[in-house]
Design a protein around this ligand. Structure first.
Ligand code: TXA
Ligand code: MG
Length: 343
């Protein structure tokens, strides 16, 4: 088991001494070239000092991540992002003022400060200023940016608790800072500002209409996989996948019944209402029915934890009620669609 240190905070109060000790320990591990799992408001990240290419290379090994997939660099504030980029357009300044700290990642032309391994050899760098108070404090204490992908084995569901990180990465991570359950529960919005008009590469907690208002300009939505895969190599069709097969259906009752009759263990995720599970088939011990909130933020917050739980319970199939259409549900729809793709 990796070392796991609990960290606690209260808004508007200094960090408790035990948390400060944990952050100092994390700084020591990072300065020594080690890997630390950090809580963020989206999902847990697997962090290394971004300007230490050897440490960053260890992230790729720990995750089993292809070296062609670049990493997000996390910064304490916009001032700390500027040395990493070759240009800081007005749109970036506006987006940072409006959404940082928060779940928005901006792709910009990289400066020479960013090692090639972080960029996967490309000309751009992705930067984000996370809002989680523990990681915000860690970045200030460390005084250096942190490269951090989600803290899971490549292609698997992102972790929203420290326990998820430990289960996925084991001793490949040197230290886990346990800052509780992540607020958003899905990964940040990735916005490409190196192109005009700006383009969303990965939908996330901040949706397209919100970005258009903040930037006062049109923002292109995520295109087809064929378009986006070239620009954001992590966005392969199959990603964020549980071990069970996942099926997104408008009305899953019949499908759930058939799977149960075939002797499978089934997880059934509905939204905002209790499905009609009154019949004897649905009383099966092999069925776990979970009803998630009917708002995009509440749903996203619980989604990965629910998939982890159903996987851990040994579900053969997970049936998910299809989300509504529209910008606000786009990130959830994107993750479910990727999770349902088979190799
Ligand atoms: O919420 C998040 O973004 C979390 C937390 C830890 O910050 N991080 C995260 O990282 O989800 P990761 O590596 O799992 O996903 C980053 C995504 C990938 O799809 C990657 O291809 C894309 O961002 N990306 C990173 N650098 C890029 C770049 N220079 N150009 C285009 N896409 C990039
Ligand atoms: Mg990831």
């Amino acid at each position: 088991m990796p070392e796991i240190l609990p960290v606690a905070w209260q808004s508007d109060a200094p960090l408790p001494a035990a948390s400060l000790d944990a952050l100092q320990r994390a700084v020591d591990v990072l300065r020594g070239g080690g890997l630390v799992a950090i809580p963020t408001e989206t999902v847990y990240g697997l962090a290394a000092v971004a300007i230490d290419p050897d440490a960053v290379a260890r992230i790729f090994t720990a995750k089993g991540r292809p070296s062609s997939n670049p990493l997000i660099v996390h910064v304490a504030d916009a001032d700390a992002a500027e040395p990493l980029v070759a240009a800081w357009p007005e749109t970036a300044a506006q987006a940072a003022t409006r959404h940082w700290p928060g779940p928005l990642t901006m792709v910009l032309p990289a400066s020479t400060v960013v090692p090639a391994v972080v960029r996967a050899g490309g000309p751009t760098v992705a930067v984000r200023c996370p809002a989680h108070p523990i990681t915000a404090n860690l970045l200030r204490l460390l005084g250096q940016p942190l490269a951090a992908p989600s803290a899971n084995r490549s292609g698997m569901i992102s972790p929203t608790t420290a326990a998820h990180v430990a289960a996925s990465l084991g001793e490949a991570v040197d230290l886990i800072l346990d800052g509780g359950t992540c607020d958003c529960g899905i990964e940040s919005t990735v916005l490409d500002l190196s192109v005009s008009p700006p383009r969303i590469l990965r939908p996330g907690p901040i949706d397209r209409s919100t970005l258009e208002l903040s930037l006062s300009c049109p923002v292109e939505g995520p295109g087809s996989d064929a378009n986006v895969a070239g620009r954001s190599p992590g966005l392969l069709p199959r990603h964020y996948a549980p071990r069970a097969t996942l099926h997104v259906l408008h009305d899953g009752q019949q499908f759930v019944r058939e799977r149960l009759e075939q002797g499978e263990r089934v997880g059934w995720i509905t939204r905002g209402k209790l499905a009609n599970t009154g019949s004897t088939t649905f009383a099966s011990k092999r069925l776990q029915h979970i009803n998630l909130p009917n708002d995009p933020a509440g749903y996203a917050h619980a989604l990965y934890a629910t998939l982890h739980r159903l996987d851990d319970a040994g579900a053969d199939a997970i049936v998910v009620e299809a989300p509504p259409s529209g910008d606000a549900w786009q990130a959830v729809t994107d993750r479910l669609t990727r999770a349902s793709k088979r190799d």
